[in-house]
Write a protein that binds this ligand. Structure first.
Ligand code: SAH
Length: 348
């Protein structure tokens, strides 16, 4: 059964009109789903019985089942959800001074094969629907409603490659961004990609106000080929060309994600090459301490060396931050909780 959360506002208007209902019914439904956050059609008391019945017969409603919730010392909350087909996915909520950020999953598993990442331990089984992404945000929002808190930022940085599930990700963001939906500002929304060039160009043409983050992680093809197989299809020169196209259309700042892997991408040569790559556009580099993944064979650059790397970049006039580690005491690395859970299930 299709989910009511799969509809963007415009699609819901169309559905209402197609079935003999009114445009304002779509406003009512959206408001019940995302403002009042009810989980059954019975609760939509200002809507006719006929429409309620119609919705009930055709579209599923209700939040995701929470299989596990881990809360870390820094109050990062990591959720493991169960989907209607039995698949499990993760979402993480992080508390910052500026607000509450949710990290959303876009696919069940991932096929990009980055060698440092726990998500790729389980290959892609399927794309998520727009509704399943909306429901990650809504389920967590409903939980923190009780604490009087609001999700203010979204990053599409959970398991999966958002540009490999382009249309559903865009529909999802449309709903959570919509004034009648959750109303999360476009500038508070970030899509992170491993560098699918076609997706970047398509995204550039849409001229949305969402932020774009690129998982760069290496400043040359030699290292990037080793740790990110996607680089063989879209080498750095092609990626930079797509980013130039993006900035020519949007004039927006891009961020580069760069996890520091000891002895792999943290050398002086890397500093110089990274500085060179960032010269051509308005870019912000996020240096990220690596969350160790046992199976990967990589370890994080130690904090002191990370600071030195950061300093050297700064001295080359690269805007950057060294991100603090969050949720280190829980399985917060992308895909860690899920891969542990799924493997346990297989072994049982
Ligand atoms: N496929 C997208 C989004 C999902 S990954 C992308 O590649 O951007 C989200 C981010 O987490 C990426 O920057 C990814 O490289 C990073 N990441 C993956 N595993 C990590 C780990 N163990 N520690 C720190 N960051 C990690």
């Amino acid at each position: 059964m299709k989910s009511i959360y799969d509809f963007t506002y415009d699609q819901l208007v169309e559905m209402c009109l197609d079935n003999g209902f009114k445009k304002y019914n779509a406003n009512q439904i959206f408001s019940w789903l995302y403002r009042k956050r009810v989980t059954s059609y019975e609760e939509m008391t200002n809507i006719s019985k006929k429409l309620r019945q119609f919705l009930k017969e055709n579209y599923s409603i209700g939040t995701l089942e929470i299989l596990q919730l881990q809360v870390s010392k820094d109050s990062t909350r990591k959720y493991l959800f169960k989907l209607s087909d039995g698949s499990s996915i993760e979402a993480v909520l992080m508390h910052y001074d500026y607000g509450n950020t949710i990290c959303v999953t876009s696919q069940v598993g991932c096929n990009m094969g980055c060698t440092f990442c726990a998500s790729g331990l389980l290959k892609k089984q399927r794309d998520l629907t727009a509704g399943e992404m909306v429901l990650q945000v809504l389920t967590v929002q409903k939980e923190i409603d009780e604490l009087g808190k609001r999700i203010s930022h979204i990053v599409v940085m959970g398991t999966g490659e958002p540009f490999d599930n382009y249309d559903s990700v865009m529909s999802f963001l449309n709903t959570v961004n919509h004034d009648l939906g959750l109303g999360i500002g476009a500038r508070h929304i970030t899509i992170s990609t491993c560098g699918l060039v076609d997706g970047i160009k398509r995204f550039a043409d849409e001229k949305t106000k969402y932020n774009l983050a690129i998982s760069l992680h290496a400043p040359n093809d030699e290292i990037r080929n080793q740790i990110m197989p996607v680089n063989k299809a879209y080498p750095i020169a092609k990626l930079m060309e797509a980013l130039k196209y993006y900035t020519s259309k949007n004039n927006r700042r891009i961020s580069f994600e760069y996890i520091l892997l000891k002895g792999v991408n943290d050398t002086d040569k890397c500093v110089n090459q990274l500085a060179e790559l960032t010269k051509h556009f308005d870019v912000y580099v996020n240096l990220i301490p690596y969350n160790n993944v046992d199976e990967s064979g990589y370890v994080s650059t130690d904090y002191k060396s990370a600071m030195i790397f950061y300093d050297k970049l700064m001295r080359k006039n690269v805007r950057c931050t060294l991100r603090q580690k969050m949720g280190d005491d829980i399985d917060a690395a992308c895909g860690q909780l899920r891969s542990k859970y799924e493997r346990k299930k297989i072994n049982e």
